[in-house]
Design a protein around this ligand. Sequence first.
Ligand code: ZN
Length: 457
Amino acid sequence: MFASLLLFVAASVSVKAAPFVKRGMDQVISNCNHDFAYTWDDGPYTAHNDITNAFNQVNGKTTYFMNGDNWSCIYDQANVQAIRASFDAGHQIASHTWSHAHLTQLSEAQIDVEIQRLDEAFLKIVGVVPKFLRPPYGDIDERTASYIQQRHGKTIVLWSDDSGDSTGGSTQQSINFYNAFANENPKRPHMTLSHETSPSGYNAMYAGTVGTLSRGGVRLVTVAQCLDTNPYLVVQQRSERDSTWYCGGTWNPPTTTTTRTTSTSTSTRTSTSTSSTPAPTCVQTYTSKAGDTCASIEGQFGLQSGSILAANSFLNCQDIWVNTPICIPPGGSTTTRTTTTPTSTSTSGPAPTCVSTYTAVAGDTCAKIEYNYELPSGSILAANSFLNCNDIWAWTPICIPPGGTGCTLKISTVAGDNTCSAIASRYGITVAQLQAWNPSWLNCNDVWTNTPLCVRH
Ligand SMILES: [Zn+2]
């Protein structure tokens, strides 16, 4: 009784979909049930037709997790033709968000745009709304996953094996990576990750990975096939190009949205017009640490008393669970987490202090985390001796030791992040801070997409 009441309140006054529930990310899929899904992210891009042809030649299938406006515009004529050819040949079309966004850092309204603008493009180009979505960077949390599933009906998938082509892996490493699956005996299910936009990813394909797998007895199927489910939420006639086929500019969700919200949630929203203030947007999402209270978080971000609970109505302010994603509302001072006190060390040894705690995502390795935080090789394992560096489970809290540049959050810029002021406002920092935390070559008037930048110290 009380729980359902709480849920009603949370759904009505907050941007949160439901109270945070401490459980595994069981609604996020990261492997096939059977066979092999060789998947491609970040397209459509220049090698798209050749990738499709490589799979066609061996009667195999692949899956494309595509963006609307990332490395190229999905509505470009060459892209439209390439996507239609892939779809017509039976390859799976799936969502990777409109602009390759960090979904956990967006408000629900922003998530809606990232998903719906791309759904609309796929509907126009091939006549489908994809059921599958892969979050860029594998960046997903409980709140975001629940929202995307409930609001948009998507099935969220990550991957079981990363070729490493987007994180510095060479063509030869990608070739070796796929050869190993061709030689695997007995064969197990896999869902692999390569990138249409990565030279080592597509050059490995040109070098024959698809044929090698096929000859090795690997059955190449789509993600939907290896999970025995339907790839699409909607299938209808495709349409002809008109003035709505554009990237850039502004876009608003259609008024006649095909939303999948349940009637109960609609009725709760309308029945709670007595709630005082509209739901706040979040300038960022903070992952709670042991000992956090609403007051301590408000102190960290320079926020007014009461503002954390107002933005996260599901919280018990005196008993916040570790790793709870918390909406940080606007209005704070710009000094975010610079004065974090070191966590106390155990008495059993000279454990290092942590400048911050990072929550692992699928695909993380010690080397990748060290790269992101600009730490010396070996330092993550030294500070987290329990880790298996090559098999880090998602959601593992990881101590970030001192010794790096002091950066506690690195991002990769997305479309729209063209200026320092745009990026600074998105992360609630100043332009001066952004410049101070990043290399001197950063041109604040012309920031490129996919530039790694530090946005928090
Ligand atoms: Zn991506």
